[in-house]
Design a protein around this ligand. Structure first.
Ligand code: HEM
Length: 367
């Protein structure tokens, strides 16, 4: 014990570790009425870390070559010791990350935490959301299965509907007129290099903003803190009399992380093929189009929207408008009230939007 204390003293003299701990951890106070929804951000950080580690391990055996990719993934599943576990963690984790992201966004939406002065927190988060969708889309192609090949063909095809630049954009994404070996090279580079680097930078920006604005006070219970700040000068939202991050809220974070891990591992061990339709086990064949090719569950609403409009351009425009409105939401919804029940218009629009999304997803699944 004394040895540890002496080691801490030694470090403390050089970098003031006790001061950092006091300021950033034990003395970092959070609102007294903070709730469990605020731990979803930490859950997301853990999921991202698991994705990075499992992804690096997969890279040891995965071969990004259209002639070898499918076999390398089959070998990871059947030959490499614990390869199946690493691959399932990565594939299931990507779906869970989208789910956790949606829940994090919903909590921020309903508690009005995106309002002034947290517009930038929302916008960096929104870019993260788009990047996570992008990393999932590009990862889908890598096993080079029938599912990968045809889902990517359908997804990239939709960009054709964009006037003027559409066809060149599709050719740029695919590296040719059709999905083929150059597409795999491009998607591989995006999936393991460009997008993860972008996500790391954006997470750093997201956390930096959180550090500068301070965490929001939930709009429940403490009435005085319900209203967002809309002053002209910078102000850090501190929480005198609040609860310390360490140990109190860190334990809450840990609880949410363990609940998440329990759900995640339950899928990995008890329903490993939940996210794998049968086309995922057949190697890609450009000459055989499977009868029912569907994107992942979180793209089903987009896919169905493209199908219900008479032409794809209208479908794409509607989705582009919806995404843009969501991205700039803090600049549209500028009211000071944050309590969800005191924002009837917001509640009507968001519940309507969520039901529409669920409806389109179910329709897309069964159509
Ligand atoms: C990889 C993705 C993401 C990570 C790792 C992440 C992480 C975090 C963390 C650790 C926090 C602080 C604790 C909390 O409120 O949960 C936070 C807060 C926040 N996040 Fe995210 N986030 C991500 C994506 C998003 C997305 C997609 C949005 C919305 C479009 C978003 C919007 C916000 C906002 C507005 C806050 C401030 C909440 C407040 O102060 O009450 N984040 N995020």
């Amino acid at each position: 014990m004394t040895l540890i204390n002496r080691l801490i003293d030694w470090i403390d003299v050089r970098i003031g570790i006790r001061e950092i701990t006091r300021k950033e951890l034990t003395g970092y106070l959070l609102p007294r009425n903070i709730n469990s929804w605020y731990s979803l951000g930490s859950v997301l950080l853990v999921i991202f870390a698991i994705q990075v580690v499992s992804g690096i391990l997969l890279l040891i055996y995965y071969v990004p070559d259209s002639g070898k990719a499918f076999k390398s993934v089959t070998d990871i599943m059947n030959v490499v010791p614990f390869g199946w576990l690493i691959r399932l963690c990565h594939a299931v984790g990507s779906n869970m990350m989208v789910l956790a992201l949606l829940l994090h966004m919903l909590s921020v939406l309903f508690m009005g935490s995106y309002k002034s002065p947290r517009e930038l927190n929302w916008m960096t988060g929104f870019i993260l959301f788009v990047m996570v969708l992008g990393i999932s889309l590009t990862g889908y192609l890598l096993p080079w299965s029938q599912l990968s090949f045809w889902a990517t063909t359908v997804a990239t095809n939709s960009a054709n509907a964009i006037p003027v630049i559409g066809p060149s954009l599709v050719e740029f994404l695919r590296g040719g007129t059709l999905v083929g070996p150059p597409t795999l090279g491009r998607f591989f580079a995006l999936h393991v290099g460009v997008i993860p680097a972008g996500i790391v930078i954006l997470i750093a920006a997201h956390l930096f903003l959180l550090k500068r604005t301070g965490i929001s006070t939930p709009p429940f219970g403490l009435n005085e803190a319900n209203k967002p700040w809309q002053g002209e000068s910078y102000r850090y939202e501190d929480h005198p009399g609040g609860i310390p991050f360490i140990p109190d809220y860190a334990l809450e974070d840990l609880r949410s992380i363990f609940i998440y891990l329990a759900c995640f591992l339950a899928v990995v061990f008890f329903d490993p093929s939940l996210f794998f339709p049968k086309e995922a086990f057949i190697p890609a064949n450009a000459f055989i189009t499977p009868a029912h090719i569907k994107p992942e569950w979180y793209f089903l609403a987009n896919y169905q929207t493209l199908k219900i409009f008479p032409n794809e351009f209208i479908g794409l425009t509607v989705q582009g408008v919806a995404m843009t409105l969501l991205a700039v939401l803090p600049f549209i919804d500028r009211g000071r009230e944050r309590h969800p029940l005191k924002r009837p218009l917001f509640m009507a629009c968001s519940i309507g939007g969520i039901l529409l999304w669920i409806g389109l997803t179910v329709w897309g699944h069964y159509s």
